[in-house]
Design a protein around this ligand. Structure first.
Ligand SMILES: NC(=O)c1ccc[n+]([C@@H]2O[C@H](COP(=O)([O-])OP(=O)(O)OC[C@H]3O[C@@H](n4cnc5c(N)ncnc54)[C@H](O)[C@@H]3O)[C@@H](O)[C@H]2O)c1
Length: 261
């Protein structure tokens, strides 16, 4: 119960890591959870299921496309109206499209920059506008190991995530005087996530002419600890950073990557 009584907003919460973090935040005692995503039906189902399992946690599904300024503004207004404050933002919504530089279209590039970087900026800005008068708050961005080291056939994704680290370090300075801490978490490959299971294994298998199982073994072999990253690996650090135990930590980017990099 390290987040007892906290109000948290998690973006990209309809599936994958965002959904897992939402369950974990409820388990850790959050009294209010605002969950956003563009997949409205899935989001509603996740919010209902969390509230059924953790009745102490008022769970709101607030559909929001993080690329759209007015939607982000409206979402934070709804959080303020419903909960009266916001303690934690987890900027998790993210997308990836793998392509070698000469095959990357401007549209694919722009989409990844818009969601991963501009979306983080808009959510952090609106959350901070609510948090500043409170004199406290925490922002955690879900970044990636690709935000710290270039990524093969993933130039747009890596560029967007490198940008996220610069944004994190900079706004940590802007917001420190108001008691708001900002940190990034950089997971390794979450090989069981929909991002890999639905998108990346298929894309890489097609590009490299190998079976999907061989791609998985290749990625596991890159990790000194010998396995893919799990949701719990990431959630353990996110909960710590969101809690008061991390009250002297801001402007950092932490890897959770099994020794990779
Ligand atoms: N899967 C991995 O291996 C991995 C590794 C490192 C970092 N990450 C990061 O973790 C985060 C979550 O990834 P995941 O693996 O759970 O992916 P995912 O694709 O399963 O989930 C991402 C969620 O974001 C939502 N989303 C997409 N565009 C959106 C938008 N414009 N506005 C609001 N929501 C939007 C999607 O609908 C989806 O529910 C991302 O930021 C990703 O970059 C993932």
């Amino acid at each position: 119960m390290r987040l007892q009584g906290r109000i948290a907003w998690i973006t990209g919460a309809a599936q994958g890591l965002g959904e897992a973090l939402a369950y974990r935040f409820a388990q850790e005692g959050c009294s209010g959870l605002a969950l956003s995503d563009i997949q409205v039906e899935r989001l509603n189902a996740v919010a209902d299921s969390i509230h059924a399992q953790y009745p102490h946690s008022a769970t709101l599904a607030l559909p929001c496309d993080v690329r759209h300024e007015q939607e982000v503004v409206n979402t934070v207004e709804q959080i303020a109206r419903q909960f009266g404050r916001l303690d934690i933002l987890v900027a998790n919504a993210g997308v990836i499209h793998s392509a070698e530089l000469t095959e990357m279209t401007l549209e694919q590039w722009q989409w990844q920059l818009d969601v991963n970087l501009t979306g983080y900026f808009l959510c952090a800005r609106e959350a901070a506008r609510l948090m500043k008068p409170q004199g406290r708050g925490v922002i955690v961005q879900i970044n990636s190991k690709s935000g710290l080291k270039g990524s093969y056939k993933n130039c747009a994704y890596a560029a967007s995530k490198f940008g996220g680290i610069g944004l994190t370090q900079s706004i940590a300075m802007d917001l420190a005087p108001y008691g708001i801490r900002v940190n990034a978490v950089c997971p390794g490959n979450l090989l069981d996530s929909p991002m890999w299971q639905v998108t990346l294994f298929e894309q890489y298998a097609r590009k490299w002419g190998l079976p999907e199982e061989a791609i998985r073994r290749y990625y596991e072999a890159q990790v000194p600890l010998g396995r893919g990253c799990t949701y719990d690996d990431v959630a353990n650090l996110v909960v710590f950073l969101a809690s008061d135990e991390a009250s002297y930590i801001t402007g950092e980017a932490y890897r959770v990557a099994g020794g990779q990099l």
